[in-house]
Design a protein around this ligand. Sequence first.
Ligand SMILES: *[C@@H]1O[C@H](CO)[C@@H](O)[C@H](O)[C@H]1NC(C)=O
Ligand SMILES: CC(=O)N[C@H]1CO[C@H](CO)[C@@H](O)[C@@H]1O
Length: 478
Amino acid sequence: MRLTDLWLNLKPRKTVWVALAAICLACTLLLLFYEYEGIPLAINRHSTHNQPTTPPPSILDPENSAATPPASNNDYQSNQYNPSNAVSGDRRCQAFSDPGNVVFVIKTGATEVYEKLPTQLLTTLGCVQDFLLFSDLDERIGPYRLRDTLAGFNETLKETLPDFELYRMQHEFRRTGQDMASLKGEKAWKLDKYKFLHLVEQAWLERPGRDWYFFIETDTYVVWTNLILWLQRVSPPTNPLYLGSVAYFMNDPFAHGGSGIVISGKLLEQFIGSEPGLAGRYDDAFEQNCCGDSVLANTIRKELDIQVQNMWPQINGEKPTTLSFGPMQWCQPVVTMHHLHPRERTAIFDFEQARPDLTTPLTFAELSQIPFPRTNPREIEEDWDNLSNVRIAFAGQAEITKDTCRDACLGLERCFQWRFNSDGECDVSTETFRLGGKKLPDGDGENAKRWFSGWNVELIERWRAENECKEVEWVNPH
Ligand SMILES: *[C@@H]1O[C@H](CO)[C@@H](O)[C@H](O)[C@H]1NC(C)=O
Ligand SMILES: CC(=O)N[C@H]1CO[C@H](CO)[C@@H](O)[C@@H]1O
């Protein structure tokens, strides 16, 4: 019998009411007592999760025994679990607390972690109770534990592949106390791709049996409200699902990693099974491929014959300044964005916190207020590329200036923005509006090439008013 049945079966008999009243009174008194005595009542929802069922793997590293304390019974020192990151003042978590059926997996690297992870922890992850941090070096930041995703990678390949030079250097840098941030760049990007399969395997093996596995990077932004609302609509997943924003390598589709990859537990159960092994069998597949996310897709296809399903634009690789707002991206909820600098991340976070109702989905339409605010909109910027993309040809005109370009745009029936450069080239956008960013002059002095951009703020405002979202358009996998 369920609780609700029990409740319904209760005949309103006097004795029952008296008994209930007595219980209520007793509970209230008990609460008051606990409050008074300062006994913590808050139950950490993950305190049960946080009891490792298997002993944590040893993180002892002979060359690093000073930096990494030996595993002990002290939870803080030894556990493979991060402390809950939920912040009580965060309005997003007041609207929706962590549903507990999603494993958040964040991929990073030792050269970027101090630059990018803190803001990720302070913003997107501010409502997440349970998450895993995967890097290319075993280390700790305060209470957070970062794992070396490549620890189990084929040793022969690790020693011989040129792309692993950074991996070897990071250990040397740590031994000699040098700043690993100075190693960031292309080498880190090349090493990163080798992590994808071990990442997925370890995430599943450490948190088997959850509904969803959500793989993001340190510069991915997640709109919490939208993620929760979306997953509520499709949970529990009964099928093996592999969802993301589709990109291609050699005509083969894959879910783009930076935009975030969502995989159902049902898929990983079949893909990984109950012990490590799958990832190691494909260690030699990465060198020839541009991208680790592509190898992941190929491997899922090969092993399970399952294709990625496209969730674009809900899962998105752009951010407020680079998004093309317009008919294609307007009434859908935006779940992820990519390439966010820490300050841009904070700006969206603040925007979210200031929304009147955080239980309603945040659409692209609403998000467009960040780059295109109603009050004080930008009309023109010098040394700016607005990413306009339709070239305007001026037949037989002597000199083309930025005013000619602006007037040409304003003279069109629908033109959202224009861009002019000092070579006399004029481009406009008639379908979408996009902010773009600073573009410094190319060259020195008089002869430097410069860019100017402007927006038809009146049209943007009118288009917005004419295209108010009456209903949120959730994206179906396609
Ligand atoms: C590691 O890779 C090498 C070269 O591809 C291969 O010969 C070897 O069997 C692999 N080792 C393991 C343990 O899989
Ligand atoms: C300066 C410049 O022209 N930048 C880019 C603006 O966007 C268009 C298309 O989106 C590109 O072709 C330009 O290179």
